[in-house]
Design a protein around this ligand. Sequence first.
Ligand code: CMX
Length: 473
Amino acid sequence: MLRFSRQLHNSTRLCSQATGLKESLKAIIPKRKEEFLKLKKECMGTKVDDITIGSILSGMRGNRSMFWEGSMVDAQRGITFHGKTIEQCQRELPGDESGNFYPESMLWLLMTGEVPTKQQTKQLMEELAVRGSEANFPIATSRVIDSLPNDMHPMTQLAIGLASMNKVSRFASNYEKGLLNKNNYWEDTFEDTLNLISFLPILTGKIYSKITNDGKPLGKFSPTEDWSSNICSLMGMSNSTYSVNKNNFNASESKDFLSLMRLYTGIHADHEGGNVSAHTTHLVGSALSDPYLSYSSGIMGLAGPLHGLAAQEVVRFLVEMNGQISSPNQPDEIERYLWDLLNSKRVIPGYGHATLRKPDPRFTAMLKFTKDRKSEFENDKNVVLMQNLSSIAPKVLKAHGKCQNPYPNVDSASGILFHHYGLKESLFFTVIFGCSRSMGPLTQLVWDRIYGLPIERPKSVNMETLKLLSNSQ
Ligand code: CMX
């Protein structure tokens, strides 16, 4: 785990002047804003794409109609963060000894477009640990979470918890007092954004303790640990506290679970703007709702089975298949199982993608995580099945001939790795996704306000209009 030195820790204050990230952001705003305004002035009439009736009736697939800077998804290359592939991020962003970049360095990259130094990353870690400490965590949110039924869906608890933080929103409060104008909206949005991200370890820990331990704490927040370490500790998944919750977890597993947490939360941080959680955060934020309300809405979208819940479906699928085949190393039996599934008109979970046409590089990164730890995973038949499936299922799906992308997506691996380390509450996987996904959409919200993007208001059309349009061509 990464521990901050006391001296450095004590020098960090909650106020914005101490933040390296905010100062770096301030330094790049004028040039980016100038470019944006020039583009807006000179190119407003430039045509991008034709909108067809097909796109209106098919979820606006492929319509390039949103402004989003942090990341892009290319059908062949997959995700890039400010132009950098996951492999480049692993090489260039400051990270831990196991080769994973810290989510904090991804946050810096998303916010500024620049690779942070080790010192800047460390400073941001410290800042998040101070902002998100027990003393600063909103008391009203603690009370709200405590009052919810333990068996309420963890994503509902997350959305409620985030919305309740609106009580401490600097943006909402200063807007109400008439202290804000268009030029400084972004600053309080930035403050709320960093506070929200910093509050996630405690909020996540509270929700996990409700669903597993009747609300009794499973670990303690440490102001000298980084963001991912605190998420693990508060879930009872750190070396010192794990025994409260489970009884067979050892120190080396704890370190690997932390690596997995860093990998997972780093690579899920953003997936361009059109996905439901990102788009919703942007849309709600365009009404000048504060970051807590905006991201709470995004979380409600992430809770949908077609968006954030696929990882839990994959775990069920792998466990069930293993119960019906003699061994995960029997390709013929696996193929037969897959054909039975397809012939009964069901999908192979964890395979296919709306945009990608190659294996998801996030899946590749997770697969590498297992290959780098061969001895850890070789006896876990669910993980072995996940690995073997990634070469068998694409052949079957190609022969089936329906889906446009027969390759594994990220959900094909992520849940089963959590499962391996003892995180068996599959409904909870999406909460960790929600911790990670806060970074991209909220970063974009800060930039939306730097650029002064207006409230979003597409024009809707009815059946009569569509008929008229189709007859006129
Ligand atoms: N298994 C079987 N059939 C599949 C399939 C799969 N994994 N993926 C797609 N198909 C089928 C579709 O159901 C569709 O069939 P119909 O024409 O009968 O409706 C056909 O192939 C064409 O679909 P597509 O254009 O290739 O895929 P879509 O863009 O419509 O859907 C997705 C994409 C992800 C919803 C789909 O591939 C799927 O259901 N996959 C399984 C669930 C899953 O893994 N979801 C996680 C998504 C992760 C993410 O979005 O990041």
